[in-house]
Design a binder for this molecule. Sequence first.
Ligand code: PLP
Length: 376
Amino acid sequence: MKKQVYLDYNASAPMIAAARDAVVAALDVAGNPSSVHGAGREARKIIDHARRDVADMLGGDAERIIFTSGGTEANNLALNGLDDVVVLTSSVEHPSVIEARQDARRIPVDGNGVIDLAALEDMLRACQEAGEKVLVSMMLANNETGVIQPVAKAALLAREYGAKTHCDAVQAIGRMPVDMGQLLVDMLSVSAHKFGGPKGVGALAIAPGTMLVPQIRGGGQEKYRRGGTENIAGIAGLGAAARQVNVRCATADDIKVKRDRLESEILAHAPEVVIAGQNAERLGNTSCLILPGMPGETQVMAMDLAGVAISSGSACSSGKVRESHVLKEMGVAEPGAAIRVSLGPETTNEEIDLFIRVWSRMRDNAERKKLARNAA
Ligand code: PLP
């Protein structure tokens, strides 16, 4: 297959060499980490090292890292693992948060997709008056727009009202500094494949004093917090990616320069384009571009044919295209016309040039057809 220009890092990032090496080496370890013999201990050692590495990455304590099958499971554990809590979460969360607790009360967002802290305080006060125990769950960076939430401020507010807090930091890790202590949250979700690790592995980090009811029951793995023989190859890869996270974060400024150039050249060529969340603090690698009149899916397919991989702002499930709930909540006029371009450390200037060229040609062709139709 012809090599594609890959601009879909928020969907999944390429695995880094160190993670791949760690995965391959761990695949050869025969032992079960729960076994007491030498082979078991070898497997256990891999997990212990990775746990330390993930804890170091988050500025936390290794005892409090629970390995999971990814960000989705970490979010489900966080949202369902506390007994008897009312969940307050924003309306722009990832589906793994929204679907995990459909009974959650929604914190509204503004036109940039940033949570309304005053509304959150009203909700917290109402819960306090009703004597309800509360969990506030909010993402650090949005997967579709890159918009960054004021997590530390919201968590401080939540603390004042005695609420627990969870942060889905899946899109932020490796793209901005993420420190659990600075974010002031009780739980934080991690997914390896967004920052150079393998797919299908992640973690939930928890602060001292957070008691969770396991959502997957079985053996006593992960200190009875998540049953099942550990995915040691995946965990080894996650640990290796965690060790490299500072190197990755150091590329963030360069990536932002490329993303900013992409946006300014697209806007210069097509002034009708709207950039979702443009006026908010955003990840420097993400651009959500809305081209009025042209479905995102059509744009994705045209770009794919031209050898460029991007995402649309809509999700396709059961053969139906669903418009983005994130963009709808933000009040974007044409959410179905959005595409997401997301860059990473391997993205080159030549790839950005190619994207701009191919996308502009696609847009001009559509424009010409529209003019011809109107003239007929
Ligand atoms: N949370 C956010 C913000 C995400 O973007 C994703 C994946 O796209 C997830 C959670 C789920 O992570 P995983 O793919 O590891 O299940």
